[in-house]
Design a protein around this ligand. Structure first.
Ligand SMILES: *Cc1c(COP(=O)(O)O)cnc(C)c1O
Length: 264
């Protein structure tokens, strides 16, 4: 499994580098978030060993469960190796977030990519205030107009960003978006282009402060295109876990309830 992951990771990284070279961009300006969804925990652990620093989950329960498990394993490892520094991966919340799950995700999420309403932003602000923290978030934009997708319409985005900017315990760090699931590259390009235009408009019109600089764009089948349109974060799942058996992974829900309890 390790060999396969090593190969997949090297492949994804070299494709990121090649896309950066084509777009005349510095590869250090594109962060890889490994989307772990259905991947077995052991595979995630290998990826972290191989130097992956950022992981993405789309469900709160899974994120908190895996975050806790990863942390306690790494703590144990560090305890057995005097002098070693504890380096935990950073977790990104990339899936649709319900307001009643905000409290559970805040301790774990380095960045929430999927804020798509003022009500959700206000809840994150409120819960962040209780924790005396400022939570970095991205606004999710639906630039393809697909009804089935989450995210705010491009036309509504700048006004929402202005409102979010006034929330003190929230920091708007950029935009996230998804292209429609299609093989038609022109459709993907049109979507990414719209998001990039919005991103640049927010910056040039100074709707946000200097923290607004992240563009989370691109998944396994379109991250190279996304890099052309300025992606600073790419979210890659299936491309990294190719050839790994992801069918038997028990989710947090199925896991031993006592483990969850002792972890919280
Ligand atoms: C699953 C998912 C990804 C990764 O998709 P792959 O096609 O597996 O790379 C990226 N972003 C979001 C929001 C996802 O839900």
């Amino acid at each position: 499994m390790r060999k396969q992951l090593e190969k997949n990771l090297a492949d994804v990284r070299s494709r990121i580098e090649a896309a950066c070279a084509r777009a005349d961009r510095d590869p250090s300006g594109v962060k890889l978030v490994a989307v772990t969804k259905s991947a077995p925990f052991e595979a995630i652990r290998h990826l972290v060993d191989l130097g992956v620093t950022d992981l993405g989950e789309n469900r709160v329960q899974e994120l908190a469960f895996r975050g806790e498990r990863m942390k306690s394993e790494l703590q144990q490892k560090t305890a057995n190796a005097p002098g070693a520094k504890l380096v935990c991966p950073r977790w990104h919340m990339i899936g649709h977030l319900q307001r009643n799950k905000v409290r559970a995700v805040l301790p774990w999420a380095e960045l929430i990519h999927s804020v798509d309403s003022l009500r959700l932003a206000e809840e994150i602000d409120e819960q962040s205030r209780r924790l005396s923290q400022v939570t970095p978030v991205l606004l999710e934009v639906n630039a393809s107009g697909e009804g089935s997708k989450f995210g705010v319409a491009v036309a509504a985005a700048t006004h929402l960003i202005e409102q979010m900017e006034s929330l003190e315990n929230l920091r708007v760090c950029g935009l996230m978006s998804m292209a429609p699931f299609t093989d038609d590259e022109t459709v993907i390009r049109r979507t990414f282009e719209r998001v990039q235009e919005l991103f640049e408009e927010v910056i040039t019109e100074r709707i946000c402060g200097p923290a607004f600089r992240e563009l989370s764009l691109g998944m396994s089948n379109d991250f190279e295109i996304a890099i052309e349109y300025g992606a600073t974060i790419v979210r890659v799942g299936s491309g990294l876990f190719q050839g790994i058996d992801c069918s038997n992974e028990s989710s947090a829900e199925e896991a031993d309830a006592s483990t969850i309890k002792s972890a919280s």
